[in-house]
Design a protein around this ligand. Sequence first.
Ligand SMILES: *[C@@H]1O[C@H](CO)[C@@H](O)[C@H](O)[C@H]1NC(C)=O
Ligand SMILES: *[C@@H]1O[C@H](CO)[C@@H](O)[C@H](O)[C@H]1NC(C)=O
Ligand SMILES: *[C@@H]1O[C@H](CO)[C@@H](O)[C@H](O)[C@H]1NC(C)=O
Ligand SMILES: *[C@@H]1O[C@H](CO)[C@@H](O)[C@H](O)[C@H]1NC(C)=O
Ligand SMILES: *[C@@H]1O[C@H](CO)[C@@H](O)[C@H](O)[C@H]1NC(C)=O
Ligand SMILES: *[C@@H]1O[C@H](CO)[C@@H](O)[C@H](O)[C@H]1NC(C)=O
Ligand SMILES: *[C@@H]1O[C@H](CO)[C@@H](O)[C@H](O)[C@H]1NC(C)=O
Ligand SMILES: *[C@@H]1O[C@H](CO)[C@@H](O)[C@H](O)[C@H]1NC(C)=O
Ligand SMILES: *[C@@H]1O[C@H](CO)[C@@H](O)[C@H](O)[C@H]1NC(C)=O
Ligand SMILES: *[C@@H]1O[C@H](CO)[C@@H](O)[C@H](O)[C@H]1NC(C)=O
Length: 815
Amino acid sequence: MRISFVALISVLALQPQHTLSRSIIPRDGKGDFFTPIGVAVGNEPTSQVGCVAKFQLTPSSPVATLDYGSEVAGYPVFNVHAVSGKVQIEVKYTEEFRGLNSNYSDGPFTFSIGLSNTYRVETFEVTETGPLQAYLLQGGQRWQSIRLLTSGSITFSSVGFEASIPKSDIDNLPGSFESDDNNLNHIWSLGAKSVAVACLEKGTQKAIWDVGKDGAFVRGMRAGLSDQGAFLKDYTLEFEAKIERAGLGWAIAHPLASPAKGIQLNLVGNLPPETSFINTNTSLTPPNSTWHTIKTSLSNGQYIAVAIDETQIFNVSLKNYYVGGAAIPTNGSFGFGGLPDQSGYFRNVVVSDTVNKTVLYKNALTDPSKVIAEYGVHENYGSVCLDGPKRDRLIWLGDYYHTIRVIGASTSRYDLAKGTLELFLDWQSPSGLLPYNPYMSYDPSTAFDAFNRGGIGAVAGREVWSLILTDYQILGLLSMTDYVRLSGDLDFVRRTWSKWQLQVDWLLNQISPSTGLLALIGGFLGPSNGDSASSCALVQAFHNLADIAEALGDTAAKTKYQTAAVALSDAINKYLWNASLGLYSLSTASIGNYSVNGMAFCITSGTANATQSAQLLSALPSLKLGPGYRDSTLVNVSDPSTNISPNTNGFLLAALLSQRTISAAQTSMELMRSLWLPMLANRETSTGASWEYVNVGGDPGLGLYTSLAHPWGGAPTYLLTEHVAGIQTAKGPSGFGYQNWVVDPFGGIAMGIKRASASVVTAFEGNVEVKWQIDDGGMIDVTIKAPRQTKGVFKLNGAARFLSGSSIYRFREKI
Ligand SMILES: *[C@@H]1O[C@H](CO)[C@@H](O)[C@H](O)[C@H]1NC(C)=O
Ligand SMILES: *[C@@H]1O[C@H](CO)[C@@H](O)[C@H](O)[C@H]1NC(C)=O
Ligand SMILES: *[C@@H]1O[C@H](CO)[C@@H](O)[C@H](O)[C@H]1NC(C)=O
Ligand SMILES: *[C@@H]1O[C@H](CO)[C@@H](O)[C@H](O)[C@H]1NC(C)=O
Ligand SMILES: *[C@@H]1O[C@H](CO)[C@@H](O)[C@H](O)[C@H]1NC(C)=O
Ligand SMILES: *[C@@H]1O[C@H](CO)[C@@H](O)[C@H](O)[C@H]1NC(C)=O
Ligand SMILES: *[C@@H]1O[C@H](CO)[C@@H](O)[C@H](O)[C@H]1NC(C)=O
Ligand SMILES: *[C@@H]1O[C@H](CO)[C@@H](O)[C@H](O)[C@H]1NC(C)=O
Ligand SMILES: *[C@@H]1O[C@H](CO)[C@@H](O)[C@H](O)[C@H]1NC(C)=O
Ligand SMILES: *[C@@H]1O[C@H](CO)[C@@H](O)[C@H](O)[C@H]1NC(C)=O
């Protein structure tokens, strides 16, 4: 997900002293490591790396490039073999190689606090040999550079990352896929890799403030915001601060959650040259080892004044700062952070009403239990899947739709999948809504109200946080129903059923009594009010929920959801199906326009019958753009910044493959090749994982900002397993956990595949594994292994072969 970021940074200049401290903090050194597969040393970064060995940086050969071969994540580690003279090194981290040639690498990532370094460039002074470890996590990268900035020299025996994610071997996962088409094999691994790097175990992303008797020590970062400040307005924030290095920053009148819009201030000092980092950007930065009292006052909905040690530095009207749109407000929370390589201490925070002076908040910032959670810098509370490991590092509800199915086909880390669903429920609102992008570092039991009503700006009494992208509620529900279907974890849904029902009731209440269509405010899939995409997605959710209700023996709920599915699909066919055009219109307000999401969900939900589906897909060529399909007819084809979304194209791919026609299978093959092969084509952009956006030229769609490890782009992983190798759960509750399975290799055969194999983890003893091969005589040899308690059907040419009572089945058929 992406929403643009606006911030105001005012810079204050002080004239204090500077001390340079070691910023490399040794950690415990335990755990797994990621090490590079190639290293090069020269004058500039290069993607042409050689063997990994000990390497030296000198003024004549100052730059090392390290290639990790694919996406890795962790706490940077440097094993220093020798150091002589003055040594400062500037280290960059990036997914795309090109970031190494950019001043800020592929960052900064100011959208949220991700328990990682906001910045992708950091500088260290090295004075001794031995292992050194950076304090802040780098969440996702393939490439790293180390540039010697000074006249000394340094030799590294090794460099790497202490792993912050499970180290998994993508070629040996519990779920697998293999065929005679190597392109498809590589495409399958893109999604697998993305969930392997985006899904995290509880507690592995460490807290990022050190709190003790001296206060909170904060390294430069997007400000960590207090969950106690969401509803403040026209207040005065006072605290003591001491610069440890370069400067420090604080935020005020800042919304808690993304999109980040707020006032950010930075205190900097002079930079004594002998102790300064040589690459410090003096246009913005530095320090003093003395505590200062800093007072920031907001008043009259308009003024901001800052005083340091009782001396007023400025008092200005925010109306004079144009940031686009409305004036900068004086309400919202406060917090502490700073610019790259800055660090400092904060203590004795007092917030009072600017006019009547009533004290509203007090915190000495010396007790970790009263700081870390409140400011959202606590280690991750649950096991969760992020939208991407490098950014936004939030748990986006709608992005989870593909993620859960990719997990099912590859890593099978259902523990992490369930953790994610539990985290959504931990933040559920009383009316049933799930948060659209919760953080992993705030405590829902204390921060819920602040986020729910104040997350993106306080509107008293309203659940603003959950009302963004409301159709994500549907994608979240579908993630849950697919989790239950694939894992067979009925215990989870039995335990949480009332919470899901509450959420469904909220959605049912959003159905317009006049049209019977879903009428939401704000959507991702489409216009969301009377539109085909979100209404059809909800039909799909109702069908899946009815299956779960049946499995739980809740017949009342089953009837309720089945009835709702029929009524909603009837309304869609009545108001949105345009028979003369052969299309579902985008929405009742946009007859004749249409979208990939509308087509996809109206087909996969069964809202469209076979005739309608075929008609719909015949309109697909008009959406073709660059390497895939544009989201809808509203998208400007001549705008060079138009992006193709592997997420929405993934919905479409599922619809195409569900057709079981040769032409749709071939279109699917073309789409996979055109949209997903570019993610593998160039070692300077490939991370081994699926991307967030692809531009019309086949490159990362949002430039260096693009997440190159985004599970929402990984749909081919599960679709290849389901439709090329052909392993599927049987329809209905009897298919949960693969108790009943189907092997249907139609898609693979139609694509011209001659050999395929795959395996999936089941809820029973063992996997379902299928292996088939077509010989020159047009015969197919099939071997299926499955837990003895399960049974299945092999489908070919309209015929079905029923398989049960064994754990291995071998047969040969004419195709
Ligand atoms: C830090 O700055 C303050 C204010 O400019 C100054 O009074 C103080 O002497 C400085 N501290 C040191 C240790 O130099
Ligand atoms: C990068 O840094 C150089 C040197 O300071 C400067 O000239 C250039 O404008 C910077 N580029 C960007 C994009 O900030
Ligand atoms: C230094 O900061 C200024 C202001 O943000 C920026 O324009 C410039 O590109 C920066 N230079 C470098 C080398 O990063
Ligand atoms: C800043 O200026 C405004 C307008 O004159 C005034 O109302 C406010 O009290 C001033 N704030 C401080 C802290 O002096
Ligand atoms: C002072 O202002 C706060 C709100 O900022 C309010 O809750 C409180 O009642 C006020 N106190 C007095 C004495 O006016
Ligand atoms: C500030 O208040 C306005 C008006 O109530 C509201 O729209 C906005 O979201 C608030 N902003 C923050 C950051 O709380
Ligand atoms: C389709 O959308 C475009 C762009 O918003 C609009 O100009 C056009 O009128 C729409 N077509 C119909 C039939 O509503
Ligand atoms: C179908 O679309 C055509 C062309 O946009 C329009 O004129 C007609 O009114 C639509 N019919 C229905 C039933 O929406
Ligand atoms: C498919 O649906 C359309 C629109 O509701 C209907 O006119 C048509 O008869 C249906 N076709 C079949 C084969 O059911
Ligand atoms: C489409 O994009 C082109 C190129 O950027 C631009 O000139 C044109 O105005 C855009 N059209 C619309 C309808 O926005």
